[in-house]
Design a protein around this ligand. Structure first.
Ligand code: 5GP
Length: 184
Protein backbone atom coordinates (compact mmCIF):
# COMPACT_ATOMS: atom_id res chain seq x y z
CA UNK A 1 0.00 0.00 0.00
CA UNK A 2 1.10 3.54 -0.61
CA UNK A 3 0.52 6.93 0.97
CA UNK A 4 -3.00 7.03 -0.46
CA UNK A 5 -4.01 3.85 1.39
CA UNK A 6 -2.43 5.14 4.59
CA UNK A 7 -4.35 8.40 4.45
CA UNK A 8 -7.61 6.65 3.51
CA UNK A 9 -7.27 4.27 6.49
CA UNK A 10 -6.42 7.16 8.80
CA UNK A 11 -9.58 9.01 7.78
CA UNK A 12 -11.68 5.93 8.51
CA UNK A 13 -10.31 5.93 12.04
CA UNK A 14 -10.26 9.65 12.81
CA UNK A 15 -12.96 12.24 12.30
CA UNK A 16 -12.15 15.89 11.83
CA UNK A 17 -9.72 15.42 8.96
CA UNK A 18 -10.25 16.71 5.44
CA UNK A 19 -8.22 15.92 2.37
CA UNK A 20 -7.64 18.50 -0.34
CA UNK A 21 -8.19 17.47 -3.96
CA UNK A 22 -5.03 18.38 -5.87
CA UNK A 23 -4.88 19.70 -9.41
CA UNK A 24 -2.79 17.83 -11.98
CA UNK A 25 -1.94 17.88 -15.66
CA UNK A 26 -1.46 14.11 -15.82
CA UNK A 27 -4.12 11.99 -17.50
CA UNK A 28 -6.71 10.23 -15.31
CA UNK A 29 -6.10 6.54 -14.63
CA UNK A 30 -8.98 4.14 -15.18
CA UNK A 31 -11.47 4.62 -12.36
CA UNK A 32 -10.25 8.07 -11.33
CA UNK A 33 -12.95 10.72 -11.14
CA UNK A 34 -12.42 14.38 -11.95
CA UNK A 35 -13.00 16.55 -8.90
CA UNK A 36 -12.66 13.57 -6.56
CA UNK A 37 -9.30 11.91 -7.30
CA UNK A 38 -7.85 15.11 -8.72
CA UNK A 39 -8.94 18.21 -10.53
CA UNK A 40 -7.61 17.10 -13.92
CA UNK A 41 -6.70 20.06 -16.09
CA UNK A 42 -5.03 20.99 -19.33
CA UNK A 43 -1.59 22.62 -19.41
CA UNK A 44 -3.34 25.87 -20.42
CA UNK A 45 -5.73 25.83 -17.48
CA UNK A 46 -2.92 24.99 -15.06
CA UNK A 47 -0.82 27.88 -16.50
CA UNK A 48 -3.71 30.28 -16.10
CA UNK A 49 -4.33 29.30 -12.50
CA UNK A 50 -0.62 29.63 -11.68
CA UNK A 51 -0.60 33.10 -13.26
CA UNK A 52 -3.71 34.04 -11.28
CA UNK A 53 -2.00 33.03 -8.03
CA UNK A 54 -4.54 30.31 -7.25
CA UNK A 55 -2.02 27.74 -5.97
CA UNK A 56 -0.74 27.43 -2.40
CA UNK A 57 2.05 25.35 -3.97
CA UNK A 58 2.71 23.44 -7.15
CA UNK A 59 5.58 21.31 -8.47
CA UNK A 60 6.74 19.14 -11.33
CA UNK A 61 6.44 15.52 -10.19
CA UNK A 62 7.11 12.53 -12.44
CA UNK A 63 7.06 14.71 -15.60
CA UNK A 64 3.69 16.31 -14.81
CA UNK A 65 2.55 19.26 -12.75
CA UNK A 66 0.64 18.83 -9.50
CA UNK A 67 -0.54 21.52 -7.13
CA UNK A 68 -2.69 22.46 -4.17
CA UNK A 69 -5.29 25.13 -4.92
CA UNK A 70 -5.71 27.60 -2.06
CA UNK A 71 -9.47 27.25 -2.58
CA UNK A 72 -9.19 23.55 -1.64
CA UNK A 73 -7.52 24.37 1.67
CA UNK A 74 -10.20 27.00 2.33
CA UNK A 75 -12.95 24.47 1.54
CA UNK A 76 -11.59 22.01 4.12
CA UNK A 77 -10.91 24.65 6.78
CA UNK A 78 -14.34 26.23 6.36
CA UNK A 79 -15.84 22.81 7.04
CA UNK A 80 -14.11 22.95 10.44
CA UNK A 81 -11.65 20.19 9.57
CA UNK A 82 -7.89 19.83 9.88
CA UNK A 83 -6.24 19.74 6.46
CA UNK A 84 -4.19 16.84 5.11
CA UNK A 85 -2.12 17.42 1.99
CA UNK A 86 -0.73 14.30 0.34
CA UNK A 87 1.98 15.93 -1.74
CA UNK A 88 5.59 15.52 -2.81
CA UNK A 89 8.68 16.88 -1.02
CA UNK A 90 8.97 20.07 -3.08
CA UNK A 91 5.35 20.84 -2.22
CA UNK A 92 5.85 19.93 1.43
CA UNK A 93 8.75 22.31 1.82
CA UNK A 94 6.86 25.07 -0.02
CA UNK A 95 3.90 24.62 2.32
CA UNK A 96 6.17 24.86 5.33
CA UNK A 97 7.43 28.25 4.07
CA UNK A 98 3.89 29.49 3.45
CA UNK A 99 2.38 28.00 6.63
CA UNK A 100 5.03 27.64 9.37
CA UNK A 101 2.57 25.80 11.64
CA UNK A 102 2.26 22.96 9.12
CA UNK A 103 3.50 19.59 10.35
CA UNK A 104 5.49 17.65 7.75
CA UNK A 105 5.27 13.87 7.93
CA UNK A 106 7.60 11.91 5.65
CA UNK A 107 6.12 8.56 4.70
CA UNK A 108 8.90 6.28 3.56
CA UNK A 109 8.75 2.89 1.87
CA UNK A 110 10.30 -0.03 3.78
CA UNK A 111 12.94 -0.28 1.02
CA UNK A 112 13.46 0.67 -2.61
CA UNK A 113 12.94 -2.99 -3.58
CA UNK A 114 9.57 -3.02 -1.85
CA UNK A 115 8.57 0.27 -3.48
CA UNK A 116 9.45 -1.17 -6.89
CA UNK A 117 7.42 -4.29 -6.12
CA UNK A 118 4.41 -2.17 -5.14
CA UNK A 119 4.63 0.05 -8.20
CA UNK A 120 4.80 -2.96 -10.51
CA UNK A 121 2.08 -4.79 -8.59
CA UNK A 122 -0.27 -1.82 -8.92
CA UNK A 123 -0.08 -2.23 -12.68
CA UNK A 124 -1.03 1.39 -13.41
CA UNK A 125 2.34 2.57 -14.75
CA UNK A 126 4.39 1.67 -17.79
CA UNK A 127 8.09 0.84 -17.48
CA UNK A 128 9.32 4.39 -18.19
CA UNK A 129 6.97 5.82 -15.59
CA UNK A 130 8.08 3.25 -13.00
CA UNK A 131 11.71 4.22 -13.59
CA UNK A 132 10.91 7.92 -13.16
CA UNK A 133 8.97 7.24 -9.95
CA UNK A 134 11.80 5.16 -8.47
CA UNK A 135 14.37 7.83 -9.30
CA UNK A 136 12.16 10.48 -7.70
CA UNK A 137 11.68 8.34 -4.59
CA UNK A 138 15.46 8.10 -4.19
CA UNK A 139 15.86 11.86 -4.42
CA UNK A 140 12.92 12.47 -2.07
CA UNK A 141 14.61 10.27 0.56
CA UNK A 142 17.40 12.86 0.72
CA UNK A 143 14.87 15.29 2.25
CA UNK A 144 13.49 12.95 4.89
CA UNK A 145 15.62 14.62 7.55
CA UNK A 146 14.03 18.01 6.79
CA UNK A 147 10.63 16.69 7.87
CA UNK A 148 9.20 16.86 11.40
CA UNK A 149 8.30 13.18 11.60
CA UNK A 150 9.21 10.05 9.61
CA UNK A 151 6.92 7.06 9.34
CA UNK A 152 8.01 3.83 7.69
CA UNK A 153 5.16 2.44 5.64
CA UNK A 154 5.85 -1.27 6.17
CA UNK A 155 2.98 -2.44 8.35
CA UNK A 156 -0.22 -0.56 7.52
CA UNK A 157 -1.88 -0.85 10.96
CA UNK A 158 1.26 0.34 12.76
CA UNK A 159 1.88 3.19 10.31
CA UNK A 160 -1.73 4.39 10.68
CA UNK A 161 -1.46 4.26 14.48
CA UNK A 162 1.75 6.30 14.37
CA UNK A 163 0.19 8.89 12.12
CA UNK A 164 -2.82 9.11 14.41
CA UNK A 165 -0.53 9.73 17.38
CA UNK A 166 1.31 12.47 15.54
CA UNK A 167 -1.93 14.24 14.66
CA UNK A 168 -3.34 13.97 18.18
CA UNK A 169 -0.14 15.40 19.61
CA UNK A 170 0.07 18.34 17.24
CA UNK A 171 -3.67 19.10 17.36
CA UNK A 172 -3.57 19.19 21.14
CA UNK A 173 -0.68 21.63 21.07
CA UNK A 174 -2.06 23.83 18.31
CA UNK A 175 0.22 22.93 15.43
CA UNK A 176 3.89 23.15 14.83
CA UNK A 177 4.40 26.22 16.99
CA UNK A 178 4.40 23.78 19.91
CA UNK A 179 6.48 20.98 18.48
CA UNK A 180 6.37 17.69 20.37
CA UNK A 181 10.14 17.67 20.35
CA UNK A 182 10.23 20.90 22.38
CA UNK A 183 8.96 18.92 25.34
CA UNK A 184 11.58 16.18 25.03
P1 5GP B 1 0.07 10.14 -8.73
O1 5GP B 1 0.42 10.51 -10.15
O2 5GP B 1 0.58 8.76 -8.38
O3 5GP B 1 -1.38 10.33 -8.41
O4 5GP B 1 0.84 11.15 -7.78
C1 5GP B 1 2.20 11.29 -7.87
C2 5GP B 1 2.73 12.11 -6.73
O5 5GP B 1 2.35 13.46 -6.89
C3 5GP B 1 2.19 11.73 -5.37
O6 5GP B 1 2.99 10.78 -4.76
C4 5GP B 1 2.23 13.00 -4.59
O7 5GP B 1 3.38 13.05 -3.76
C5 5GP B 1 2.39 14.07 -5.64
N1 5GP B 1 1.29 15.03 -5.55
C6 5GP B 1 -0.03 14.78 -5.62
N2 5GP B 1 -0.72 15.90 -5.47
C7 5GP B 1 0.18 16.90 -5.29
C8 5GP B 1 0.08 18.31 -5.06
O8 5GP B 1 -0.99 18.90 -4.97
N3 5GP B 1 1.26 18.98 -4.94
C9 5GP B 1 2.47 18.38 -5.02
N4 5GP B 1 3.56 19.15 -4.86
N5 5GP B 1 2.60 17.06 -5.22
C10 5GP B 1 1.48 16.33 -5.35
Amino acid sequence: MGKGTLVARLRERMSGLGLTVSATTRAPRPGEIDGVSYHFMSEEEFDRRVADGEFLEWAWVHDHRYGTLASEVERVVSGGLSVILEIDVQGGLAVRSAIPDAVLVFVEPPSMEELERRLRGRGTEDEASIEVRLANARSEMAHAADYDVRIVNDDLARAVAELEDVIHTYEKDGGHAHDVRDQA
